[in-house]
Design a protein around this ligand. Structure first.
Ligand SMILES: C[S@@+](CC[C@H](N)C(=O)[O-])C[C@H]1O[C@@H](n2cnc3c(N)ncnc32)[C@H](O)[C@@H]1O
Length: 346
């Protein structure tokens, strides 16, 4: 049995996506999760897996209405301990099946269940800090909601996220925020730790498509240096930052200073995704070996699932021809009709 999370952004396409994943029939749990008895492993390597935000093979389930059960938390915690403690998970994380729900009932229950279960388990090495998990070591994930409890052990990399359900809570309006885009790069940098070590402080980013500066502000907040390019201006709150150089230019023709080398590149250019990728490719000689590339593949113009998949195929093929090393891809919590793709420069 596999639990799959699909973004509500693609709700009109959910049935088609599940069909192409080979996941039908599937039962919807909560607002974004689908449970299937089908084996979807053969779809893992195909383009359609782009839409799977998070997934977990379920090894223990308790379909019930937790609100109506006596001693649900105690019974659930005892069952998790009995079934999984001997397999030494690095941590135990509990998430909720309706992540967008304003009702705090299951959020509180998730916290309480985790707290009680951790009392029963021997000390788990990453219990205190979700981000200290080794992405390649198994974690016990447990999802709860009004449909019951679903749990299994998997590595964060296999599920496609460190947290149960895949989302880290990131505020969209921190003090340094210029636009909501800041939360996207914050989540992207969190996500990519599944595959890539954290960039050193003071790393130098080249940012294509920076205006008004939401992502720029987030990068600067993290002590990075930024060279930003956009034909539109940057917000005055960020424009004069001492670690920022801004070029009000066309990204197609922008050339950095001779010999300048960047540790990472962020591209959030709007318009055609393939044209945006051309802009990235034209900067390869200015990227250090191994430099991280974070690319928003805008898919707004793709009207159908097939058009999105074909855009994705062309994007991957073009990047490969240019010598970029594919790292990972996902649909972030704050992405709309766009995906975030990661490569490294060779
Ligand atoms: C989605 S917005 C970027 C938002 C920005 N990353 C943020 O965090 O606030 C896309 C930007 O790409 C810029 N853009 C698109 N094509 C461009 C080009 N060829 N040269 C320069 N800027 C371009 C637009 O001016 C626009 O500001």
């Amino acid at each position: 049995m596999v639990l799959i999370r699909l973004s509500p952004v693609f709700a009109p396409l959910h049935q088609e996506i599940l069909d192409q994943l080979g996941a039908l029939p599937a039962k919807m749990l909560g607002s974004e999760f689908f449970l299937t008895h089908q084996d979807i492993s053969s779809a893992q390597q195909s383009g359609i897996s782009l839409f799977v935000r998070w997934q977990l093979t379920i090894e223990h389930c308790w379909p019930c209405c937790p609100e109506k059960m006596d001693f649900f938390i105690e019974k659930a915690a005892q069952a998790l301990h009995a079934k999984f403690a001997s397999r030494n998970p690095q941590t135990l994380l509990v998430g909720i099946l309706s992540p967008g729900s304003p009702n705090p009932y299951y959020k509180k229950m998730a916290v309480n269940l985790r707290g009680r279960a951790l009392q029963l388990f021997p000390p788990l090495p990453s219990a205190a800090d979700v981000e200290s998990q080794d992405p390649s070591q198994p974690t016990l994930y447990c999802m709860i909601g009004k449909e019951g409890l679903y749990a299994g052990m998997a590595t964060p990399r296999a599920t496609n996220g460190f947290y149960a359900g895949g989302s880290k809570f990131i505020r969209q309006d921190p003090e340094h925020s210029i636009s909501r885009a800041g939360a996207k790069i914050a989540e992207a940098l969190h996500y990519i730790r599944l595959y890539h070590p954290e960039l050193p402080e003071r790393a130098h980013w080249l940012e294509l498509g920076a205006s008004p500066g939401g992502m720029t502000a987030e990068l600067l907040e993290r002590d990075f240096f930024v060279t930003a390019v956009d034909r539109a201006p940057l917000d005055s709150r960020v424009a004069r930052h001492p670690r920022l150089r801004f070029y009000p230019e066309n990204a197609n023709t922008f050339r950095p200073l001779d010999g300048e080398q960047f540790d990472a590149l962020l591209c959030d250019l709007n318009g055609s995704a393939l044209d945006a990728l051309d802009c990235v490719i034209s900067q390869i000689s200015h990227l250090r070996k191994g430099a991280l590339i974070v690319f928003t593949m805008k898919a707004h113009k793709a009207a159908t699932l097939d058009e999105m998949l074909s855009l994705h195929r062309e994007t991957l093929a073009k990047a490969k021809r240019a010598g970029l090393q594919f790292l990972a891809q996902t649909h972030l919590t704050y992405n709309r009709h766009e995906f975030t793709l990661f490569w490294t420069a060779r």
